[in-house]
Write a protein that binds this ligand. Structure first.
Ligand SMILES: *[C@@H]1O[C@H](CO)[C@@H](O)[C@H](O)[C@H]1NC(C)=O
Ligand SMILES: *[C@@H]1O[C@H](CO)[C@@H](O)[C@H](O)[C@H]1NC(C)=O
Ligand SMILES: *[C@@H]1O[C@H](CO)[C@@H](O)[C@H](O)[C@H]1NC(C)=O
Ligand SMILES: *[C@@H]1O[C@H](CO)[C@@H](O)[C@H](O)[C@H]1NC(C)=O
Ligand SMILES: *[C@@H]1O[C@H](CO)[C@@H](O)[C@H](O)[C@H]1NC(C)=O
Length: 496
């Protein structure tokens, strides 16, 4: 008896799946992008993989010491943190004062110049690594299985090529724009370029705008962003290697995107969709919060959060927002820092932080007021909560316009917003059940898939580690010239 039990334990022990225990070199992007990369790192760590993170010396978000990873700190020089603080207020002022082409171009130029400097800084940081023989040798000796990076900036792509390692991207944006445009066929007739808030059904005029904007993006890329990388690859990899070709050579693109959110479009065999990978079922709320939520009775609650920076920017609008909320029978939980708004109703609770995911997953939550920023839209889809959107910058307007096109969201233009406009929007989404029903449908579609997005991401990262890449999933398209790709030579010969 005793023996057979021991034997049983032994057999069980031996038959447990051995963890792969791979080694990953992670090159993240600082700031809000780090939130998403960290979700992957937490999961990789819990699966027994060994993670090393490359961080800049001035990083605020990426901790040097963490139980999840070892870090390599590289000197990156002075970083201008004031950028966001200067740039965003001028953007908001412009929106409130009315747009003019001149305003917009001036602001765009300033923004792009600034981003170009960041790209330059990233190239300098990567060069610092390349020039440090001790460091490069230790990276080679470490025998990593894969480089995982966010290609909003190019450091990880360059490092993977130098070390000759397979490459996996955690991506939605590359420096060239929306990531699909870099690898998949993207007909501009039905694929809207980000920035115009268009849908996949465009009028003739909209298609003209779409094509022109795409051309502008291409111009912007070559004028501002590509230069630092062009110089870098020429110096370190020779004239035949371009950054773009290195990017296209990626093994797996883990896209933070999914088709409940995105319009249907052509894709590629090495694109893996992991939109919603950061979403989790709701946990119980802290007692005080739960009590407040329950006190809302049949009316339910509204959750509002605009992110730290944006919340403060909209301070002049806060009194209007508060006044509108005060007129509703629902209870409101509003994440807000800074001076409390005037007109605050007794139905509104101001908090400096809130468990967004747990609140969105609460059955009493009726509405989410959001700016369309990091993960908010995806969490609202996951939990099936309709949105009133207050978009401000970057891809936020596009994020929310996609949701509007699916009948789940009402967008309020902050340029013309006042308390009545905002109140009407709230009442419409609360009163018209179609918003909620459409969001519930999206949520159901999102959950109805064979594998959770995070598990899918893990599978493919481990796949690349096991198989030393995924070359069999890469198409030939990007090894061809423009003339070959479009069969121009064939057509010319046939016409002849
Ligand atoms: C990058 O390095 C070059 C050459 O050392 C220097 O001229 C440039 O100012 C640096 N750029 C940034 C943004 O630090
Ligand atoms: C090179 O890298 C090593 C290991 O990370 C570090 O200790 C050293 O300070 C670096 N040398 C220079 C010149 O930056
Ligand atoms: C909250 O305000 C409303 C309207 O001003 C009032 O009718 C209600 O009694 C107040 N409730 C509490 C608990 O103070
Ligand atoms: C737009 O939505 C996507 C998907 O939810 C998200 O990854 C991204 O961070 C959002 N954009 C901004 C500017 O936050
Ligand atoms: C609800 O909203 C939808 C979409 O905006 C609209 O088509 C419908 O007529 C509205 N229903 C009512 C009762 O207002």
């Amino acid at each position: 008896m005793h023996h057979s039990a021991l034997l049983g334990v032994l057999i069980l022990f031996c038959s447990l799946p051995r963890s792969l225990g791979g080694k990953l070199l992670v090159v993240p992007v600082d700031g809000s992008h780090w939130i998403n990369m960290k979700v992957l790192i937490v999961e990789l760590h819990s699966k027994g993989h060994d993670v090393t993170v490359v961080r800049g010396s001035s990083s605020w978000y990426i901790e040097e010491h963490s139980p999840l990873y070892t870090s390599i700190t590289v000197d990156i020089g002075e970083f201008d943190d004031e950028f966001m603080e200067k740039f965003l207020p001028s953007l908001l002022k412009m929106q409130r004062q009315g747009r003019s082409l001149w305003n917009e171009l001036a602001l765009a130029d300033e923004t792009y110049q600034r981003f170009k400097e960041i790209h330059e800084q990233i190239c300098n940081m990567t060069a610092t690594m390349f020039e440090n023989e001790t460091l490069m040798n230790s990276l080679k000796d470490a025998e990593f299985d894969v480089v995982l990076t966010d290609p909003a900036f190019g450091g990880g792509v360059l490092l993977a090529h130098r070390l000759g390692l397979p490459l996996v991207l955690n991506v939605r944006w590359t420096m060239y724009g929306e990531a699909h445009f870099d690898i998949a066929p993207s007909p501009l007739s039905y694929i809207p370029v980000t920035g115009l808030q268009l849908t996949d059904k465009m009028t003739f005029t909209q298609r003209v705008m779409n094509v022109m904007t795409r051309l502008l993006i291409l111009y912007k890329n070559s004028k501002y962003f590509e230069n630092p990388y062009r110089e870098f690859t020429r110096k370190y990899f020779g004239p035949d290697v371009s950054f773009f070709s290195l990017l296209q050579n990626t093994d797996i693109w883990l896209m933070r995107n999914d088709f409940t959110f995105e319009f249907p479009r052509p894709t590629m065999p090495n694109v893996v969709y992991m939109g919603g990978f950061q979403c989790k079922p709701a946990k119980p709320l802290p007692d005080a919060l739960e009590e407040f939520v329950q006190s809302s009775g049949e009316h339910g609650i509204i959750v509002m959060t605009l992110g730290t920076v944006f919340g403060q920017l909209l301070s002049e609008l806060n009194d209007d927002i508060a006044a509108a909320f005060a007129q509703l029978p629902q209870k409101v939980i509003w994440r807000h820092t800074g001076p409390p708004p005037a007109n605050l109703g007794n139905n509104t609770m101001i908090v400096s932080w809130l468990p967004q995911n747990d609140l969105l997953g609460h059955p009493k939550t009726k509405l989410f007021v959001a700016h369309g920023g990091t993960n908010g839209v995806q969490e609202a889809i996951y939990h099936g909560v309709p949105i009133v959107g207050l978009p401000l910058a970057f891809d936020q307007p596009d994020n929310l316009s996609r949701m509007r096109a699916k009948g789940t969201t009402k967008i309020v233009d902050i340029a013309t917003m006042d308390r009545n406009v905002f109140l009407e929007a709230l009442k419409e989404v609360l009163g018209n059940t179609s918003y909620r029903e459409n969001m519930k449908t999206l949520s159901k579609l999102h959950h109805d898939q064979p594998m959770k997005p995070l598990d899918r991401a893990m599978f493919w990262i481990e796949f690349v580690m096991r198989n030393k890449g995924a070359a069999h999933l890469r198409t030939q398209s990007f090894r061809m010239s423009w003339i070959e790709y479009h069969s121009v030579d064939v057509i010319l010969t046939l016409i002849d």
